[in-house]
Design a protein around this ligand. Sequence first.
Ligand code: 5GP
Ligand code: ZN
Length: 117
Amino acid sequence: MQHADCLFCKIAEGKIPSKKVFENEHVLAFNDLHPSATHHYLFIHKEHTQNVNDLVETEPSQMAEIFQAIRFVTQREGLDQTGFRVVTNSGPHAGQTVFHTHFHVLGGEPLRGFGSR
Ligand code: 5GP
Ligand code: ZN
């Protein structure tokens, strides 16, 4: 089910434009509006869930569908050769700002250390 006031549901429905890098029946990937690396993609399932725990509880096979898409795109872009990072933020301490489950995929250059304060 889609959420009327959800930004990424609107992107999935094409109501808000995005630069798509992958799409199939269930999964969409598009460029992050404010990239943190040369390649910065957001992977979402078209069915709305709030965060990764909600997604796994709702339908765990969505996880595999998303990661199959990540595999396809990172191989197509050669990021599997140079390296890439997958990140999902859940809740306030992680700084989640869009409450439709999404996976950041970053690469194309050496990435800075992760998780430091
Ligand atoms: P979060 O902070 O929730 O992990 O990630 C949300 C991401 O969505 C941010 O990296 C932000 O740049 C991106 N973003 C926010 N609004 C838009 C938008 O309208 N279009 C696109 N393509 N990305 C967006
Ligand atoms: Zn949504």
